[in-house]
Write a protein that binds this ligand. Structure first.
Ligand SMILES: [Fe+2]
Ligand SMILES: [Fe+2]
Length: 329
C-alpha cells in the first residue's frame, strides 16, 4: 500500500483500490480473531473446568468471551458484505482451516485457523498504555509475565485444578493481546481511508476493538498468579491492586462496558470524529480534511460526543433512556 496523508479530495464518495485492500486485510484479520475467540467461547460455555478457572479470575470473563465472539463474527460478516456490495470478492480463509484442536470436552472437532495449545504472549501491553514514558522515544515496556510456549486451552480432560488455573491465566493474558492487535490495525488504517462510508465502518469497528482491549486488560486485576517451575509460565499476583483500589475492578469493568454501549449509541458523525481525534490522535485539521468539513464542525462534533460520553459515565442520561447494559455482579 502506498502512504500519503489524508486530503480534502479524500471524500469523493467512491471506495478506492486502497480502501478495498484495507477492507480485505481487515476482513482477514477479523476472521482470525473470530477463530481464536470461537475456541475460547466454546470452552467457556461447555468445558466446566475451564469455565470455572476463568471465573476464578473474573465472574464475567467466560460470558464475555461469548459476547466478543459474536462481535468479531459480525465485524467479519459486515466487512465481507460491504465488499460484496462494492462488487468485490469477499475474503474467505476456509482453505486454511486445517488445524485440529485438542480433543477435549466442549471444543468442536473442526479444523481451525489458529493453534491455542502453544502460545508465547507478549505481555508488554500491560504497562505500555499506562506508563508516563513514551514508546516513541525509546521506552520499552517490560514483560509483566512470562508465557512461553504454553497452552491457553485445556489439552486433555484429566487436568488438575492447578493446571487449569495456569491455562486460564494464560488465556486471560492472551485476551487483551488479541484485541490490542485489532485496535492497532484499525488505528493504522483510519488515516488512509478515502471513502466516507469506508471510514465510517473502519472508525466504528476501531472503537469496539479499543474498548474490548480495555475490558480484558482490566480483568487481569483478578489474576491470582502462577509459577510453572520451569520458567515457561510465570505470572505475578495482580489482585493486590484490586484490593487496594477504592474504585474497584468490578466498577471499572462496568464503566468500560457502559462506555462500549455508549459508543455504540453515539451518532455516527460524532463517533467517527471521536475515534479520529481522541483515539487515533489525528489533528483537527487532518480530521476536517478527511471528512470534507470545516474545522469548527469537527470541534463541535467532538465536544458533543465527549459530553455524551461524560454524561453516560456520570450516570446522567436523560430520564427515560434505556439502561445501557445488563448489570454485572
Ligand atoms: Fe474485530
Ligand atoms: Fe477484536
Amino acid at each position: 500500500m502506498d502512504g500519503g496523508t489524508p486530503t480534502a479530495e479524500a471524500t469523493s464518495g467512491r471506495a478506492s483500490r486502497r480502501d478495498v485492500a484495507i477492507l480485505k486485510f481487515l476482513a482477514a484479520a477479523e476472521l482470525i480473531e473470530t477463530d481464536l475467540w470461537q475456541q475460547y467461547a466454546e470452552l467457556a460455555l461447555d468445558n466446566p473446568g475451564f469455565s470455572e478457572a476463568l471465573e476464578q479470575i473474573d465472574d464475567d470473563l467466560g460470558i464475555y468471551t461469548v459476547d466478543i465472539t459474536e462481535d468479531e463474527l459480525s465485524h467479519a460478516r459486515f466487512i465481507n458484505a460491504f465488499l460484496k456490495s462494492l462488487g468485490e470478492q469477499p475474503v474467505s480463509l476456509a482453505q486454511f482451516e486445517t488445524l485440529m484442536p485438542p480433543s477435549v470436552t466442549g471444543l468442536r472437532q473442526v479444523g481451525r485457523l489458529t493453534n491455542l495449545t502453544r502460545l508465547t504472549v507478549d505481555t508488554s501491553y500491560y504497562l505500555r498504555y499506562r506508563s508516563t514514558r513514551n514508546p516513541d522515544f525509546g521506552f520499552e515496556p517490560p514483560q509483566i509475565a512470562t508465557i512461553n510456549g504454553r497452552p491457553a486451552i485445556p489439552t486433555s480432560n484429566s487436568l488438575s485444578d492447578r493446571q487449569l488455573s495456569g491455562i486460564a491465566q494464560t488465556a486471560a493474558f492472551h485476551f487483551p493481546s488479541i484485541e490490542q492487535g485489532g485496535t492497532s490495525l484499525y488505528d493504522q488504517f483510519v488515516p488512509f481511508v478515502s471513502d466516507r462510508q469506508v471510514l465510517r465502518i473502519v472508525s466504528s469497528i476501531y472503537a469496539t476493538e479499543a474498548i474490548h482491549y480495555a475490558i480484558f486488560r482490566d480483568s487481569l486485576t483478578g489474576v491470582p498468579g502462577f509459577d510453572s517451575g520451569d520458567g515457561k509460565l510465570m505470572i505475578p499476583n495482580l489482585t493486590e491492586g484490586r484490593r487496594q483500589s477504592s474504585y474497584g475492578a468490578q466498577t471499572a469493568l462496568l464503566t468500560l462496558r457502559e462506555m462500549e454501549a455508549a459508543l455504540a449509541r453515539l451518532p455516527d458523525d460524532q463517533r467517527e470524529v471521536l475515534v479520529m481525534v481522541a483515539l487515533s490522535g489525528m489533528s483537527y485539521q487532518d480530521c476536517a480534511a478527511v471528512l470534507g468539513m470545516p474545522v469548527g464542525t469537527v470541534m463541535s462534533r467532538l465536544a458533543r460526543g465527549r459530553e455524551f460520553l461524560r454524561q453516560v459515565l456520570e450516570g446522567n442520561m436523560a430520564a427515560g433512556a434505556e439502561p445501557l447494559l445488563r448489570r454485572v455482579k
